[in-house]
Design a protein around this ligand. Structure first.
Ligand SMILES: C[S@@+](CC[C@H](N)C(=O)[O-])C[C@H]1O[C@@H](n2cnc3c(N)ncnc32)[C@H](O)[C@@H]1O
Length: 207
């Protein structure tokens, strides 16, 4: 049983909100920085943003962010952070919603979803993924984790799991810039021992 079912996200936010941004986000941001032109504002969606571990990094770098989370406590926590950069209010839009129910704006530079994208039932995943890819501008990126089929949460029907081949097939229409598989036994931020099987992904939509 996953922790999502326990609806104890507030404890998770307390433990992780002040942690540094996820490596997948930083990898994607480095790629944007390495590209020659930076003409105007950049727009990202952060799906399952929690209380802003990644959103705040985007705001610090002057991105505009649509931050979505199903839990009101996440969005409240994000908006109440005391480390928001100057001018954040004009650059942050928030929604309390399941992200698979949101039609993302077109032309996004980045869709980031750290440890949240698989938290939809498998029947809803394909449409959600197609909508995500459609929302990216050519040259836009997705940075995310997927859960693998040896994760100890397998069997939870609220979560989507992928074989390595399935994850590769999902992202291969994009230009894959990072694809790392991880298996590890550890304790979650909320104290549950679990076997993680993850794919860390950054991919770029072809021009
Ligand atoms: C594991 S936390 C990750 C939070 C943050 N992205 C991070 O990296 O620390 C997952 C977050 O996704 C949210 N979430 C889970 N399923 C969701 C869904 N289908 N739609 C919107 N938010 C969801 C939860 O409320 C939670 O805040």
């Amino acid at each position: 049983m996953s922790e999502d079912g326990d609806r104890q996200w507030s404890r998770y936010y307390d433990k992780t909100g002040a942690h540094p941004p996820r490596r997948t986000l930083l990898f994607a941001l480095d790629r944007f920085d390495a590209e020659a032109s930076s003409d105007g504002a950049r727009f990202a969606a952060d799906l399952g943003c929690g209380n802003g571990r990644d959103t705040i990094e985007l705001l610090r770098r002057c991105w505009h962010v649509l931050a979505i989370d199903a839990e009101p406590a996440a969005i409240e926590g994000l908006r109440a952070r005391n480390d928001l950069p100057e001018g954040w209010e004009a650059r942050l839009e928030t929604r309390v919603s399941r992200f698979e129910a949101v039609e993302l704006p077109e032309g996004l530079d980045l869709v980031n979803s750290s440890f949240a994208l698989p938290l939809v039932p498998a029947p809803a995943f394909p449409d959600m993924w197609d909508g995500l890819v459609a929302s990216l501008r050519p040259g836009g990126r997705v940075s995310c984790q997927l859960f693998g089929d040896r994760d100890s949460w397998v069997g939870d029907t609220t979560i989507t799991f992928f074989t390595r081949g399935g994850a590769e097939a999902l992202v291969n229409p994009l230009e894959v810039e990072l694809f790392e598989e991880e298996e590890d036994d550890s304790t979650t931020p909320r104290g549950t021992v679990k076997h993680w099987h993850l794919f860390h992904i950054v991919a770029r939509k072809p021009e």
